[in-house]
Design a protein around this ligand. Structure first.
Ligand code: PLP
Length: 245
């Protein structure tokens, strides 16, 4: 637990420092606790240190975790790959879905929201690294998708999300984040009704400085706060591996 306190301190100084480097106010960048595989006690402990934004990948873990951390009243985002048959569960717990990347799932989401008389904020997930294993709409199809999703009255597009290239080559990582920012600017210039481009959710434990320099408003951090996970990230990111788990 003590590690979490220290780690959070380090993360916040990294955020402050990166902001300072590019003349941004560090209040513009929110820290999202990426909580996959992290147990509720540790999440609660991080929330007690003053954090307020949680992002979960696994639908199966939402209920238990959200119930256990309810008293801290965090904002909960869903950041995992969303399958249509899990929508009902996700909208029970999350107030924002960061990972919408195809029309079919947006359509099912809208139908379910209509049925429940609810609305939902979403970000569109873009595959800026062009890796086949990654989810996200391709950059060239993103604007068309945004225009289509914007027609659903109960879904509000508030920004974009991406998982950058996992690489030690920082110029390659930067290309991903730059691309997302340029896409945001392009979407803004189109002034599409029901579309706001407030948030750029990008940057993780290893590369948040680059993301912040390129305009991130949310950095999603797991490992650097809670420690290493047992499974490789492909375990959470590849649909083929994800389905049965
Ligand atoms: C796991 C995860 C993160 C956090 O990654 P770390 O390297 O542990 O900081 C961020 N975003 C998504 C979508 C994730 O699945």
């Amino acid at each position: 637990m003590e590690n979490i306190v220290n780690n959070l301190e380090v993360i916040h100084s990294r955020i402050d420092y990166a902001c300072k480097n590019v003349n941004r106010d560090s209040k513009e960048v929110r820290l999202l606790l990426a909580t996959k595989t992290v147990d509720s006690e540790r999440i609660n402990f991080a929330l007690q240190q003053g954090e307020s934004l949680v992002g979960e990948n696994k639908v199966q873990e939402l209920k238990q975790k959200c119930t256990a951390i309810k008293e801290m009243n965090p904002e909960v985002h869903f950041i995992g790959h969303l399958q249509s048959n899990k929508i009902k569960e996700v909208i029970k717990w999350a107030t924002c879905i960061e990972s919408i990347d195809r029309l079919s799932v947006a359509e099912k989401l809208s139908q379910r929201l209509t049925f429940e008389g609810k609305e939902m904020d979403i970000y569109v997930q873009v595959n800026t690294s062009f890796e086949e294993s990654k989810f996200g709409v391709s950059p060239q199809n993103a604007i068309q998708l945004i225009k289509e999703i914007a027609k659903f009255e109960n879904i509000h597009i508030k920004g974009l999300m991406t998982i950058g290239l996992l690489s030690s080559e920082s110029s390659e990582v930067r290309k991903c984040y730059k691309l997302l920012r340029q896409l945001k600017e392009e979407v803004e210039s189109l002034k599409i009704p029901n579309v706001e481009m407030k948030e750029l959710s990008m940057g993780m434990s290893g590369d948040m400085e680059i993301a912040i320099e390129e305009g991130a408003t949310i950095v999603r951090v797991g490992t650097a706060i809670f420690g290493e996970r047992i499974y490789p990230d492909s375990y959470y990111w590849d649909e083929s591996e994800n389905i049965s788990r």
